[in-house]
Design a protein around this ligand. Sequence first.
Ligand code: MN
Length: 379
Amino acid sequence: MAKVYMKQSAPENPITRRNFIELASATLASAGFAAKGNAETSSRDPHSAAFVGDFDASSLHGKIALEEHFALAEVFDHNHAGKNLPPAFRSQILDLDEIRLAEMDRGGLELCILSLDSPGIQGVPDTSEAISLARRANDHLAQNIAKNPKRFRGFAALPMQDPQAAAQELTRCVRELGFVGALVNGFSQVGAADSVVYYDLPQYRPFWATVQDLDVPFYLHPRRPLETGMRAYEGHAWLAGAPWGFAVETSIHALRLMGSGLFDEYPRLKIILGHLGEGIPHGIWRTDNRIYRGSISLKTQRPLASYLRENCYITTSGNFRTQALTNVILEIGADRVLYSVDYPFEDVVEAQTWLDHCAISDADRIKIARGNAQKLFHL
Ligand code: MN
């Protein structure tokens, strides 16, 4: 039996390598990228599949990222009181100026579409407070975008506690502040701290009509389940957040939207999911198969996978894993995959080093890094 082994690296072949880099440079230039270095000095060696370490800035500049967060000082300090966060993190998430721009330069990011951190407005049960906080957050973001309009764009924070107010705030943000869509942190607490309201419910249909009319994407971002909804996590609080629970929470919400017939009613809606799809691309065939085999009747006209392919876009935020990316590309196509980091929770250089070197075609790499975002946001 043949011995199974992992090939560590291919032998150096300067001619092949130079040809590759020249070809890549031409492709990049035509897509509006600047390629750093040249064939002789670039460390972007396509044969170096196991590359992880001391990459000297990027070879691909001009990336666009869209799950990049900021916080309002008052909210951040209230939410994180008593928690032992490193001071650098607080500075990074509050800053909308030099610290962020330096990190963007370090990570080859030309443009970031910024959003309020989770749970943001969704965690404010008092509706009128939620409405005024959303306005404050969006105005604060708009003022900072105006200082660096070539580097920053904005997603609206929305008071989903009141669907009509949310539609109005989104309209204001798009028409008056120039925002390119919304980012909402999962379900909203409405009226009471332990309430959980999802947006497949009938009262949100007019809101979705506004989103479709404005022709802007809606980013469904994770949040933690409430303390009262944590039975499955008891004794394992670490599971409830980003390590696993975020994906559970957000995938269920996205599947509720799909299963509610929302995308039959509003076929031009565009939903963005982060973290390489929150697990949905991996599971969607089985979901549809069990719906079909089990004769489960849903209010939908088509298999859920078709809504994933036609109404959803997926970003790489916080999930820099080639195996998972390849699965997403196979399920929905590279035209619907967009680069994101999830700054400041993730490292801009780790993210870019992965995307610059992962085993996909350069044509797909360029689309994911920039081209798809240019198209989706009309940039
Ligand atoms: Mn995030």
